[in-house]
Ligand binder design. Structure first.
Ligand code: ADP
Ligand code: MG
Length: 229
């Protein structure tokens, strides 16, 4: 589903930074992959390229056989709205919108009819166990609940690819564990492809495959239970 060929990403500023330095990777549909590496090793940059939020300086990023870099900004934006969803360490919910409105947002942006929106929002809120919180505002919720709202918002479009950047980074161990269990359940039941950046070895061990980055390169790529790829 995802292929990176010789991907280089440099940021130009006062001094040029090479965030990704020749990445070759292939991630199949339905995999659940952890990405680990020291701070600054290029993890978020890699996720942004997979999600079509940014394009490589050189090399190719293929999603379902399509080269995102070759697409127009309009096509990439359609891809971002329909085919990929993101969750972040800091949740990124809209503070003035209720839980159900936050979850409904991607469907509103996609022009889905109101009755269909209500049905799908109710369904995903049940799936993440937050049906009783639909009328609350984000700051009336715990961190773990906020992350579950963010996951519901990510699921509601039915995107086949879920990208998660340190999704348990702001949570204590127990709350983090709940989020990991939820992501595993989504992976298992929906077959969603999940790529998760994490600092936490325990979180990484929830995944079937671990990719290690260092200095913008793939330092290791192994399947859980041993074996390199
Ligand atoms: N928008 C940006 N402009 C300039 N440099 C950036 C930008 N984003 C990231 N970088 C640099 O690229 C490198 C990789 O960053 P990042 O992908 O965020 O790493 P990680 O997520 O592994 O901490 C770092 O050296 C970082 O400072
Ligand atoms: Mg990062």
């Amino acid at each position: 589903m995802l292929q990176l060929h010789d991907v280089i990403k440099t940021y130009s500023g006062k001094s040029e930074v090479t965030a990704l330095d020749g990445i070759n990777l292939s991630i199949a549909a339905g995999e659940m992959v952890a990405i680990m590496g020291p701070s600054g090793s290029g993890k978020s940059t890699l996720l942004n390229l997979l999600g079509g939020l940014d394009v490589p300086t050189s090399g190719r990023v293929l999603v379902a056989g399509k080269d995102l870099a070759g697409e127009s900004e309009k096509e990439r934006s359609l891809f971002r709205r329909t085919s990929v969803s993101y969750i972040f360490q800091a949740y990124h919910l809209m503070p003035t919108l209720k839980v159900s409105q936050n979850v409904a947002l991607p469907l509103h942006l996609a022009g889905v009819p109101a009755n269909e929106i209500n049905r799908r929002v109710a369904e995903v809120l049940r799936e993440v166990g937050l049906e009783a919180r639909e009328k609350h505002l984000p700051d009336e919720l715990s961190g773990g609940e906020r992350q579950r709202v963010a996951i519901a918002r990510a699921l509601v479009t039915g995107a086949a690819l879920l990208l998660a950047d340190e999704p348990t980074g702001n949570l204590d161990t127990a709350r983090g564990e709940e989020i990991l269990n939820l992501l595993r359940a989504i992976h298992r039941e929906r077959g969603t492809t999940i790529v998760m950046v994490t600092h936490d070895h325990h979180a990484a061990s929830a995944c079937e495959r671990l990719i290690k980055l260092r200095d913008g390169r793939v330092e290791g790529d192994s399947l859980r239970g041993g074996g390199d790829r």
